[in-house]
Design a protein around this ligand. Structure first.
Ligand code: Q46
Ligand code: ZN
Ligand code: ZN
Length: 303
């Protein structure tokens, strides 16, 4: 099979592209994200885990940063999961090295947060149940906190089309309308609430496409899964829908986002009323009392 744009053999069958045209397609998608969201001349903190998605994100944002006036920094969290976190951190350091070399810029900030600073590490939550609940809460909280404290307007994550498709379907099937709203491709910063904006520049690119991008660009990344991800319902779901064409996944997401935009006014009003500062740490929460992060750190919530 030949590439649909030249005579070179295609190496990515779903879109029939050779390596060169796949890279051009990938970059075009990410550039389109910034053009359509009008995000320019701003500070963006990139959440990097060492995995393929965030490694690809860091690389592509460096390549387009001058064009869109982005000032980028890298951020990671040491979850202290034996072996997995050490290997992951090593990969994140390699990604940071790759990014600095690519940007020809040694002074790109690289921030590492450690859960030990909060006296709670992920294996503490692994007694009976899976620690993914508190892990997700702590990661979301610390990502936002790092962006706010270090003066970044936005936080960019490597969520891909398969992640977004899973979240959309999961929330539709469970009637989680509030969560569905957060699937917007961009959430603006709300500094008065200590809430950094959210960017998901890879949300129309699949897992496979991010992996291929890393391989073609020689970006270091970790292929290992967290040991707690075994039996993860998200992985089982993704496998179940692996056969679904990428364009159908994309169409579902696009339709939802269009619906969301048409009701944006009402939602923003409702959402703003629901969020208030935690009385303890002053970061935003939808809870009436202290936020879930503060409860976890105080040992009031284990799982
Ligand atoms: S939530 Fe769960 Fe992940 Fe945290 S404990 Fe591991 S699998 S790392 S994306
Ligand atoms: Zn080609
Ligand atoms: Zn709090």
């Amino acid at each position: 099979m030949r590439c649909k744009l030249c005579t070179t053999p295609a190496l990515y069958a779903p879109l029939r592209f050779c390596g060169k045209h796949f890279l051009a397609y990938y970059e075009k998608k990410v550039r389109h994200y910034f053009e359509s969201t009008h995000v320019r001349n701003t500070k963006v903190l990139i959440a990097v885990s060492g995995g393929k998605d965030s490694a690809a994100l860091a690389d592509i944002l460096v390549r387009i940063q001058a064009e869109f006036g982005l000032e980028i920094g890298l951020f990671t969290i040491n979850l202290n999961i034996p072996e997995y976190s050490e290997k992951g951190l090593e990969k994140v350091r390699q990604v940071a090295g790759h990014v600095k070399e690519l940007a020809k810029q040694e002074d790109i900030p690289f921030i590492i947060e450690d859960l030990k600073n909060y006296n709670r590490i992920i294996p503490d939550f692994a007694d009976n149940k899976k620690p993914c609940g508190p892990c997700g809460t702590m990661k979301r909280y610390l990502l936002n906190k790092a962006a706010v404290e270090h003066g970044y307007d936005y936080l960019a994550t490597g969520h891909n089309l398969d992640d977004e498709f899973y979240f959309a379907m999961h929330n539709l099937l469970h009637g989680n309308i509030g969560q569905l709203r957060r699937s917007a491709k961009i959430l603006p910063p709300k500094p008065e609430l200590k809430l950094a904006g959210r960017l998901k520049p890879l949300s129309y690119l699949t897992e496979k496409e991010n992996r291929l991008y890393c391989l073609l660009q020689g970006i270091p990344h970790d292929a290992d899964e967290c040991p707690f991800s075994v039996d993860n319902p998200q992985l089982a779901f993704k496998e179940k829908f692996a056969h679904l064409p990428r364009d159908e996944k994309r169409n579902l997401l696009k339709s939802l986002r269009e619906l969301q935009q048409s009701t944006e006014k009402t939602e923003t009003g409702e959402e703003a009323g629901q969020i208030h500062p935690c009385p303890h740490c002053h970061y935003p929460t939808t809870s009436n009392a202290e936020c879930v992060f503060c409860k976890i750190v105080a040992g009031k919530r284990k799982n």
